[in-house]
Design a protein around this ligand. Structure first.
Ligand SMILES: NC(=O)c1ccc[n+]([C@@H]2O[C@H](COP(=O)([O-])OP(=O)(O)OC[C@H]3O[C@@H](n4cnc5c(N)ncnc54)[C@H](OP(=O)(O)O)[C@@H]3O)[C@@H](O)[C@H]2O)c1
Length: 219
C-alpha cells in the first residue's frame, strides 16, 4: 500500500500508561478504531482524557482487534500474554515493550533476555500470532509525532511475517512515519539489536534530559 493511502484498522492497545495512552490517542486521531485493554476498565474510563476510545478488559480488547499493540511493562509481558495465547491466535501483535531489569531508581539496568529478545520470546510462546517488534527505540511521544524531531528518526521492524510487517508499516504511515524512515531488519530474531538500545536510555536521559529522542540510522 502506498504511504499516502489511509487505512482504518481496529487496534487493541494494551496498557494505558505513557505509551499506551499516547498511541491510543494518536491512532484514534489517525482514523483507526481503538479498543483500550486495561486491568481496571471502570477506573481508566473515569480518568481517560484522550481521544474517544472504547475501554475494556485485556481479553475483550484482543478479541475485538486485528492488530494488538503491547504497551505494558516488558519484564512481565511474556507471562501475561502467554496465557492469552488462544485469544491472540490469528492476530498481529506489535510489541513496543523493552524487557529489562531495573536499577533501584527504576531505570533499565540489564537485558532480561540476554542473547534473545522479548520479541523472539513472544513469537516462540505465541506460534499462531504474528509478532512484529517496532517503536521501542524512542521516547513515547515520538511514536505518534515522528516529524517533530530536528532529524528524521528511524523505526525498525523485526518480524517473521511480511504481511504483518506491511500492516504495521501502513499503521506507522498513518501516524506520520515516512516510508524511508522505516527499516525492515528481517525476522523476529533481529529484535535483539533494537531491544538492547534500552541500555542506553539512562545515559541519554542524563545527557539530554527528558526530551523527545529516537535512534536514527544515518546513510
Ligand atoms: N515510556 C517510553 O517512552 C517508552 C518508549 C519505548 C518503549 N517503552 C516500553 O513500553 C512499555 C510501556 O511503557 P510506559 O512508559 O507506558 O509504562 P507505564 O507508563 O508504566 O504504563 C504501563 C501500563 O501497562 C499496564 N499494565 C498491564 N499490566 C501491568 C502490570 N502487571 N504492571 C504494571 N502495569 C501493567 C498499565 O495500564 P493499565 O493499568 O491501564 O492496564 C500501565 O499503565 C514498556 O514495556 C516500556 O519499556 C516505553
Amino acid at each position: 500500500m502506498s504511504p499516502t493511502t489511509r487505512i482504518h484498522t481496529t487496534i487493541a492497545v494494551l496498557g494505558a500508561g505513557r505509551v499506551g495512552s499516547n498511541l491510543a490517542t494518536g491512532l484514534s486521531g489517525a482514523g483507526h478504531r481503538i479498543v483500550l485493554g486495561v486491568r481496571q476498565p471502570d477506573v481508566t474510563r473515569g480518568q481517560w482524557a484522550g481521544s474517544p476510545v472504547t475501554v475494556t478488559d485485556t481479553a475483550a480488547a484482543i478479541t475485538a482487534a486485528e492488530l494488538v499493540i503491547n504497551a505494558t511493562p516488558g519484564d512481565t509481558t511474556l507471562e501475561r500474554l502467554s496465557v492469552l495465547r488462544d485469544a491472540l491466535a490469528g492476530r498481529v501483535l506489535l510489541d513496543v515493550a523493552n524487557a529489562t531489569t531495573r536499577t533501584p531508581d527504576g531505570m533499565p539496568g540489564g537485558l532480561l533476555y540476554e542473547g534473545s529478545s522479548l520479541g523472539a520470546q513472544l513469537q516462540a510462546a505465541l506460534p499462531h500470532t504474528r509478532v512484529v517488534k517496532s517503536l521501542n527505540t524512542m521516547l513515547f511521544s515520538v511514536m505518534t509525532s515522528p516529524a517533530a524531531l530536528a532529524a528524521a528518526p528511524t523505526a525498525f521492524l523485526s518480524g517473521d511475517d511480511i504481511t504483518a510487517k506491511t500492516l504495521v508499516r501502513d499503521v506507522l504511515h498513518s501516524l506520520g512515519w515516512a516510508d524511508r524512515w522505516l527499516v525492515d531488519l528481517g525476522p523476529i530474531s533481529t529484535a535483539r539489536g533494537p531491544e538492547a538500545m534500552a541500555l542506553m536510555v539512562p545515559a541519554l536521559l542524563g545527557a539530554f534530559g527528558f526530551t523527545p529522542f529516537a535512534l536514527s540510522v544515518a546513510r
